[in-house]
Design a protein around this ligand. Structure first.
Ligand SMILES: Cc1cc2nc3c(=O)[nH]c(=O)nc-3n(C[C@H](O)[C@H](O)[C@H](O)COP(=O)(O)OP(=O)(O)OC[C@H]3O[C@@H](n4cnc5c(N)ncnc54)[C@H](O)[C@@H]3O)c2cc1C
Length: 381
């Protein structure tokens, strides 16, 4: 099947972005995807993902988020697509909310614009919301949402324009490092060779790379769309993306930007998944009705009928930071697990990071927080 400068395994958003970045650097690159790019069985499908800068998880993400924003703009210009819509983000919770405090800490550390609102002020500014009295909220105006599937499509378009090949519907069954390159076995039958390999297998990563298996937990997450009681209040010019950090759940959501209704989901871990192959399917009606009932007091403008539901997989590390780096036993192989439910927004820049790691052995960006060593199990390789 040929010899390539670089092969990317998995064409969700991370692999698509890495393929684009490798091809842009003039490398003969191939991307291999076990299903069809854009499929709904992994983590990158659906119409939207939140983009935010004031990162409650850790202030160290902020420079990467700023670089990702520039990279999304470059992708928009390069492909003539509109991928990002700024709505701002409202993050809210009871006194002591770790999300509100973390967002404030990140904004202060990096000089980001941010307003603090009480429940009454939040309702006045964004009438879709009714936050409980006593809650605190912060509003950061530079956040918004990305068009997820359009983003993956744009990345693959750009990769193809720079000469990248795509093998679709082909499953990598083994990665075999050799003296003259890395052999990639496909469908247990054929093989190709690559000088460098980037593995972005999402929920399947532990299957392909046993050294990471024990550190990655795959969970099934459910997303719902709800008919708006008052469409004007939930339009993107009236309602920001949001995260509600209540004591019994953490729920995020989006304004209705394409007539599907208000989209919302819990960020808490769903059921653990042993085999990712069939996990993103199944009936989610009961879960989504419960979510609508949970949301109704906080967001009465979106408390209408359930319009639809969808499933998606999170691949979590124990500390919920990404795991990215060179394979501890072979520097020709780069491994990336950039999910834990919050990786999409960084994909535009992480593709460049992965290409730098593959081609230069190091990256200009600070990814110390994502060190692979904290997830690596030597005994399992
Ligand atoms: C419900 C949900 C909501 C989210 N919301 C947000 C959000 O608002 N903001 C945000 O920033 N992030 C969010 N995320 C996280 C974000 O979507 C993920 O970080 C991102 O999609 C991960 O992409 P990936 O390419 O690593 O994985 P995937 O999209 O799963 O891609 C991995 C690919 O590898 C392929 N593959 C696996 N094994 C093989 C093999 N052996 N051979 C060939 N191909 C293989 C798979 O088929 C798959 O296409 C959310 C995730 C979910 C599930």
């Amino acid at each position: 099947m040929g010899t390539f400068g670089a092969a990317v395994i998995g064409l969700g958003v991370m692999g698509a972005s890495a393929l684009r970045a490798l091809a842009a650097r003039g490398v003969s690159a191939v991307g291999i995807e076990q299903f069809t790019p854009g499929h709904a069985r992994g983590s990158s499908h659906g119409e939207s993902r939140i983009f935010r800068l004031a990162y409650f998880e850790h202030p160290a993400y902020v420079p990467l988020a700023l670089a990702a924003r520039d990279a999304w703009r470059r992708l928009e210009r390069e492909t003539g697509t509109s991928l990002f819509t700024a709505t701002g983000i409202l993050e809210a919770g009871p006194p002591g909310s770790a999300i509100v405090a973390g967002s404030q800490r990140a904004a202060a550390a990096h000089g980001l614009a941010q307003e603090t609102l009480d429940a009454a002020e939040a309702a006045r500014r964004f009438p879709a919301f009714r936050l409980p009295a006593g809650w605190q909220a912060v509003f950061q105006p530079d956040a918004g949402f990305l068009r997820a599937e359009a983003a993956v499509e744009a990345m693959l378009l750009a990769a193809g324009r720079n000469g990248a090949a795509i093998l679709s519907g082909r499953r990598v069954s083994a990665i075999e490092p050799g003296r003259d390159g890395v052999r990639i076995v496909i469908d247990e039958a054929e093989a190709l060779a690559a000088e460098r390999v980037v593995v972005c297998a999402g929920p399947w990563l532990g299957r392909l790379v046993p050294g990471l298996a024990g550190a990655l937990t795959v969970t099934r997450q459910t997303v719902g769309w709800f008919a708006p009681a008052n469409p004007a209040l939930v339009a993107p010019d009236a309602m920001p993306v949001f995260i509600l950090d209540a004591s019994d759940d953490t729920v995020y959501g989006f304004p209705d930007f394409c007539g599907s209704g208000v989209k919302a989901a819990s960020h808490r871990p769903g059921a653990t998944v042993r085999d990712p192959d069939d996990a993103a399917t199944g009936d989610a009606e009961a879960e989504v009705s419960a979510l609508r009932d949970w949301l109704a007091p906080y967001l009465p403008a979106a408390a209408g009928a359930v319009r639809r539901s969808s499933r998606c997989l999170y691949t979590r590390t124990a500390d919920e930071h990404f795991a990215i780096g060179l394979h501890p036993q072979d520097r020709r192989i780069v491994l990336a697990s950039a999910c834990s439910g919050h990786g999409f927004k960084f994909a535009s820049i992480l593709g460049e990071v992965l290409a730098e790691l593959a081609l230069d052995g190091a990256t200009r960006h600070d990814i110390a927080l994502f060190a692979l060593g904290r997830c690596w199990n030597e005994a399992k390789t």
